[in-house]
Design a protein around this ligand. Structure first.
Ligand code: NAP
Length: 533
């Protein structure tokens, strides 16, 4: 367990908005996990469903961040000395505890983010997959590898993978569990320690995941959590980090990249998108309309890989639009701590402001609202109806800007070349989706799209859930990848150790340079003829 360096949170009982599992004891225990001084100032968090106060959390200062790194650095040396088998045992135990306590996780995520239980459950699934995958594949990916030596038989070469040291993870509010744990687990499996700054709005979920990892046996101080604004503690995180894992907006990502470049540390940046879904003329329309619901409104559209642009072949447009609009109008909005609702609340007032501004701007400039288009204060302060727009033109803000809400625009296209050109006409390149009855055609179109992941006959989960394969953005959507081998190799320094036997690239004693050069030339020719790489 980590050492307790904070005072108990001074939470008055304000439980009206709390689901039953979110007890005062749990909240207090989680608040104590924040690395902050005993007399730390507190921040009050509110629940999106109602706007009522949820809890207080201590705020970390830059000095607290320094402290977190000192502890994490000391702990990392001991953690890196553990075997892969030991790390695997901890992470698989975390996996089991996560599934056992899933209701606690679901309640917490819903209380902090306002999402539906269905969306929250997908995060539990995601982290179960992630922990199983990296627990079981880290040793294979990171154990020392024999490599071909410079001179066959005479050079013994090994590739080693060392942990970077202390990784800083900055995670956003939209997927509180996936974003907090999903990038930390591979960092830990690679032998790093982690100092994490989750978004304050969803910090309890991140603290819960960390607490669970300690219950699973993670040694003290290997994972530290600080809470505070990026403007207050971001520079200190950057100054101390050996590697920066950032998920958030493109604007913030650019700044992180610049600062990481200044320090010459690596950074992985998972940023924004303006993702496109293509419905080709041979698509199964019912399936595509169901798919569009999943594509556009998960977590109330606050998902980096959700779709904000639908391009539909002219020949099936009327049929598709009618099926999609009908389904959208039937969606059940609301905040409930059960699986009954289809779409939840937005998470912050800022998101509601952006969504409202984007839709109002589009409507004022001539867009047509086919479904939704208005906030629902009768359900809660941050609810907004799933919204479908058409007649959207380039002068409207949401034509190119990410809304990050439950708003999608439908556009026509002429042929596949036109569809691809339109889909790619943004600086982003995160995720895309193609719908067709012809799988081979779908995969061929996918390969031509400028996006880090492309799903054929699925919205995003097929590619995201294929954790053995990399996920991330092209262009303004980011740098680096999570998932797959790249998702853990990035947290390591590669080292090549080459031992030379007998002689290397100089003539042995008693052999003239001419003779040696002739011999080596002959050897090079033979190696090529033998097909040696
Ligand atoms: P944001 O403003 O960039 O903030 C994201 C998080 O990073 C916040 O917690 C923020 O903390 C923190 N942060 C920003 N700059 C920082 C700095 N210099 N140092 C330390 N922390 C810093 O983004 P957002 O608008 O909240 O999040 C939504 C965006 O994230 C969308 O654009 C979405 O597409 C993107 N996103 C991408 C992915 C992906 O995998 N590609 C996943 C989820 C979300 P403060 O607010 O306290 O400053």
């Amino acid at each position: 367990m980590t050492t307790d360096h904070t005072s108990p949170a001074t939470t008055a009982p304000r439980r009206a908005d709390r689901p039953p599992t979110l007890t005062e004891d749990l909240v207090t225990r989680l608040a104590r996990r924040v690395t902050a001084a005993p007399d730390a100032a507190q921040v009050t968090k509110t629940a999106p469903y109602s706007g009522a106060e949820l809890t207080d959390l201590p705020i970390s200062t830059p000095a607290d961040v320094d402290t977190a790194f000192v502890r994490a650095r000391a702990a990392q040396k001991r953690w890196a000395a553990t075997s892969f088998a030991e790390r695997k045992r901890v992470v698989l135990r975390f996996h089991d505890l996560l599934l056992e306590r899933r209701n606690e996780a679901l309640d917490l995520m819903q209380a902090e983010s306002g999402k539906t239980r269905r969306d929250a459950f997908l995060e539990v699934t995601d982290i179960a997959i992630c922990s199983r995958y990296y627990a079981r594949s880290a040793a294979g990916l990171l154990s020392p590898k024999r490599r071909r030596g410079a001179i066959p038989l005479l050079t013994h070469t090994t590739e080693l993978r060392h942990p970077k040291g202390v990784v800083a993870v900055i995670s956003p509010w939209n997927y509180p569990l996936s974003m907090a744990a999903g990038d930390t687990i591979p960092a830990l499996m690679a032998g790093n320690s982690v100092v994490q700054k989750p978004d304050t709005q969803t910090a309890l979920t991140a603290l819960w995941a960390m607490d669970l990892m300690y219950q699973a046996g993670l040694p003290a101080d290997v994972w530290q959590m600080v809470v505070g604004r990026g403007s207050s503690i971001g520079d200190t995180l950057m100054d101390n980090a050996d590697y920066m894992m950032f998920t958030g907006s493109t604007a913030s990502g650019r700044r992180i990249a610049r600062d990481a470049g200044e320090r010459l540390i690596g950074a992985s940046l998972e940023l924004g998108g303006k993702n496109a879904m293509l419905v080709l003329d041979d698509a199964d329309i019912d399936r595509a309309a169901d798919g569009a619901i999943n594509a556009c409104f998960p977590s109330t559209g606050q998902l980096c890989v959700s779709m904000e642009r639908l391009y539909v072949a002219e020949s099936v447009r009327a049929e598709f639009v009618s099926a999609f609009v009908e389904r959208t109008r039937k969606l059940q909005l609301g905040g409930a701590y059960d699986f009954s609702r289809d779409v939840g609340s937005l998470t912050t007032p800022a998101q509601l402001e952006t969504v409202t501004a984007h839709v109002d701007d589009a409507v004022a400039k001539g867009a047509t609202v086919l479904a939704g288009g208005r906030p629902r204060p009768d359900l809660g302060p941050l609810f907004y109806e799933p919204t479908i727009l058409t007649d959207v033109t380039p002068d409207m803000t949401l034509y190119t800007h990410e809304t990050f809400g439950p708003v999608v625009s439908i556009y026509p296209f002429d042929d596949i070349d036109d569809a691809i050109a339109r889909a790619d006409a943004t600086p982003y390149g995160l995720n895309a989706s193609v719908w067709t009855r012809d799988g081979a055609k779908g995969r061929a179109v996918a390969a031509r799209l400028h996006a880090g992941t492309v799903n054929v006959n699925d919205a995003y989960a097929a590619a995201w859930g294929s954790i053995d394969s990399p996920m991330g953005g092209m262009g303004d959507s980011g740098l680096g990848r999570r998932h797959g081998a790249e998702g853990i190799l990035k947290y390591t320094e590669a080292q090549t150790v080459a031992q030379q036997r007998i002689t290397g690239f100089t003539p042995p004693a008693g052999i003239s340079y001419d003779t040696w050069a002739t011999g080596l030339t002959t050897a090079l020719k033979i190696m090529k003829r033998l097909g040696i790489r």
